[in-house]
Structure formats: structure tokens, C-alpha cells
Design a protein around this ligand. Structure first.
Ligand code: BG6
Length: 293
């Protein structure tokens, strides 16, 4: 990014708590350093890559192999999948998970709010405007508000694709999805129902829980903590771990990194996609918190 653009971004600095600087790949990022937490958010994809509340290990996983450049999504943190999830429904050449996770967003506001340092970034597609507000405090709160700027109805999918750092994925369990229906992306999108037990990981896992607004709590006995994901405006929850083979096939992901992560994604996918009338808005909110056990 040219120096002049950096100079303009400096107006968003909050002395003593937030500054804007070139980070990995020389991409501009917001760095938050406060008593409640430290955090990093790139303008590239509005991507939060790091959030570490005081007295905790980092809560988000970001791959050591992540690539930081225009046109490529950062592997880890919280990619924003929008306006479609996975492959485009009709265009096989379109990128997976939409258009905005690999392009630069505009930083429009920073502030010290009651719950922590706040940022706002925006981006525009031909018919949709996306406004992303993040609050970095003892909790991490992410709000994706999408507005239909066209004069016809618009339908979109979205996911806040949260990569969580775990001590050992084979030891963790997720409460909140017991007895819930899900599409198994590893069984030709077969509709299945989870049993009445918390979810554990014993193999590659790639599920879209449908019509589901549940709060999920991940218990991590290795790191002695629980991570809670609360959400609003989201009817789909994706749980993903690539396990051994898919990790090996994924270039920007270490072969062994699957043991230290899993994704719990708050989303609106397929039948749960959002339809907006002209001028209408929809907000997807995710709140991440961590407690010792
Ligand atoms: C998950 C999908 O949300 O994202 C998986 O359910 C996919 O199927 C994963 O493999 C990672 O996607 P990508 O495009 O970031 O490699």
C-alpha cells in the first residue's frame, strides 16, 4: 500500500489502544492492544486474524502457512464468506465462499466503546452493501449487516467462518448441537441427525446444521477452557475439521495443524439463505467468549 494511503489511515489510530500498520504481506492491519485483549484485523477481507483476551492463550487459530496477498483469503481467524458459501451455485469459475474475503475493505470508523475497541469496515457489491463492526474486548463481537441497495429482491448466503484454536481436537467436545439436523458434506449432502451427545471429532468433519440458532460451547480439556459462540440472525452452523488427508491437500495449511483447530461457523446457507427486499437490511451477530475450567 502506498505511503499516502497509510497516512490517511492514521486518522483512525486511537493512541494507546489501536494503531494501523503494515503487517504480513505488507497488508494494512488494525492492531489492538488494551488491558482486556490484544487483536489484529486486516483491511484485506476485514479479516480478524487474532484475538487474545488477557490471561488466555489466543482464541483464534491462524495457520503458519497462511498467505497474505490480494486475491487470496487468509487461512484462519474469521474469514467472511459472502454472498455465497462454498462453490458458486452456477459459475464454476467463481471463487469458493464468495467475493469479499480476498479483497480490501474500507475502514470507516474506530472508537473506544463500553465493551472494547470498535472498528467498522465496509464493502460494496453491485446489489448489496456490507457493513462489518467488530468489538475487541473481554468478548469478541462481530456484526455483519447486509443491505439490499438494488430495486429488486436479493438473496445471499453468509458465514463468519470462525477458526478456533484448540489444544488437541481429538479431546474437545461441542455442546449445543445434540439431536440437531445437519447436512453431511462428506456424504453427498445427506440429511442426518446428531445423537443426543456433544459433538466430538474422530475423523474429517464437515457439517452444515440447518435451521439452528443454538449457542455452542466448546470444552477444551487440554487448554483448560471453554469457548462459547453465541449468535443472532443465523440459522445455519457449520462445524469443520479437515483431518489428515484434506490438510495435506490444502497448500496454505500445515499438514499437522488440523490437531490444533476446529471451525464453528455462524452462517445462513441454502434453505437458510437471507432474502432482502429493496432497502432492507439483515444483521448476523456472533459473540465469542472464553472461560477457564
Ligand atoms: C468450510 C466448508 O466452511 O470451509 C468446507 O464447510 C471447506 O467444505 C472449508 O473445505 C474451507 O474452505 P476454503 O475455501 O477456505 O478452503
Amino acid at each position: 500500500m502506498p505511503d499516502t494511503d497509510y497516512q490517511q489511515l492514521q486518522e483512525f489510530n486511537l493512541p494507546g489502544s489501536l494503531d494501523i500498520r503494515p503487517s504480513e504481506g505488507n497488508l494494512p492491519s488494525v492492531t489492538v492492544k488494551t488491558d482486556p485483549c490484544i487483536a489484529t484485523q486486516y483491511l484485506h477481507g476485514a479479516h480478524v486474524t487474532h484475538w487474545q483476551p488477557a490471561d488466555h492463550e489466543p482464541v483464534l487459530f491462524t495457520s503458519a502457512e497462511a498467505v497474505y496477498r490480494d486475491g487470496k483469503a487468509i487461512r484462519g481467524g474469521v474469514p467472511i464468506c459472502f454472498p455465497w458459501f462454498n462453490a458458486h451455485p452456477t459459475d464454476p469459475d467463481a471463487p469458493a465462499h464468495g467475493l469479499v474475503r480476498a479483497s480490501t475493505w474500507q475502514l470507516t470508523q474506530t472508537a473506544q466503546g463500553p465493551a472494547g475497541v470498535e472498528t467498522q469496515m465496509v464493502t460494496n457489491l453491485p446489489t448489496l452493501h456490507a457493513n462489518y463492526r467488530a468489538t475487541f474486548g473481554k468478548q469478541l463481537t462481530l456484526n455483519l449487516t447486509v443491505t439490499n441497495t438494488s430495486d429488486t429482491d436479493q438473496t445471499f448466503e453468509a458465514a463468519l467462518h470462525t477458526y478456533l484454536a484448540v489444544g488437541d481436537v481429538k479431546q474437545v467436545f461441542i455442546a449445543g448441537l445434540e439431536n440437531a439436523d445437519y447436512i453431511d458434506q462428506l456424504q453427498d449432502n445427506k440429511l442426518c441427525t446428531q445423537d443426543d451427545q456433544p459433538l466430538t471429532f474422530t475423523a474429517e468433519t464437515d457439517r452444515i446444521y440447518v435451521d439452528n440458532q443454538a449457542t455452542c460451547t466448546l470444552t477444551d480439556p487440554t487448554l483448560n477452557r471453554q469457548i462459547t459462540i453465541e449468535k443472532l440472525g443465523s440459522l445455519s452452523t457449520v462445524v469443520w475439521n479437515p483431518w489428515v488427508d484434506k490438510s495435506a491437500r490444502t497448500a496454505d495449511f500445515g499438514d499437522d495443524e488440523w490437531t490444533g483447530m476446529c471451525c464453528i461457523e455462524s452462517a445462513n446457507i441454502g434453505d437458510d439463505a437471507v432474502r432482502l427486499a429493496p432497502g432492507e437490511s439483515h444483521t448476523l451477530l456472533v459473540r465469542v467468549s472464553v472461560t477457564p475450567i
